[in-house]
Design a protein around this ligand. Structure first.
Ligand code: RP5
Length: 165
């Protein structure tokens, strides 16, 4: 379906392994994504190009993952009104707290939806949930995924829950 795709951006190739769970869960849900490496600080013009052309290229949501000062999600959000899911990544001496605060503390008027540090799967799921607002089939797949998750917890309870420890 047109407009169902997610643009996934990372600030460096070193972020690739950490963002992959987002791409995987999107693919499991039948959502196409396209990945690009673009840095808010090192290739700022490319970031602007990707953000400003995203809508016309058929993307409906952008997931942006970065570590350290993590300006990428905010820089992208500054150039589009598409929803931006910020994925703060752990790297460097502060273990991702720097990236988390950078993503979460956006100035009024330019929001990003920030998931937890290295929470790439959640970033993908949140992007899918946004897309599902206009896609009943995707919405059903998300409901099914939640049921599968619930069953896994119930099975855990059946296996290790109850009794005295
Ligand atoms: C950020 O700086 C990137 O998103 C990455 O997480 C971090 C380190 O980048 P490299 O020095 O590994 O390229 O911009």
């Amino acid at each position: 379906m047109a407009g169902r795709r997610v643009l996934v951006l990372i600030g460096s190739e070193t972020d690739l392994a950490k963002v992959e769970p987002a791409i995987t869960v999107l693919s499991q849900l039948g959502v196409d994504s396209e990945l690009h490496v673009a840095s808010a600080h090192r290739t700022p013009e490319r970031v602007v190009e990707l953000a400003t052309t995203a809508r016309e290229r058929g993307f409906a949501v952008i997931v942006a993952g970065a570590g350290l000062a993590a300006a990428l999600p905010g820089a992208v959000a500054a150039h589009t009104t598409l929803p931006v899911v910020a994925l703060p990544l752990a790297s460097g001496t502060l273990g991702g707290l720097d990236a988390l605060l950078s993503c979460a503390q956006m100035p009024p008027g330019v929001p990003v939806a920030t998931v937890g540090i290295d929470a790439a799967r959640n970033a993908g799921l949140l992007a899918a949930q946004i897309l599902a607002l206009g896609d009943p089939a995707l919405s059903s797949r998300l409901v099914k995924a939640r049921k599968t998750m619930a069953r896994a917890i119930e099975e855990s309870d059946g296996r290790i829950g109850g009794g005295k420890r």
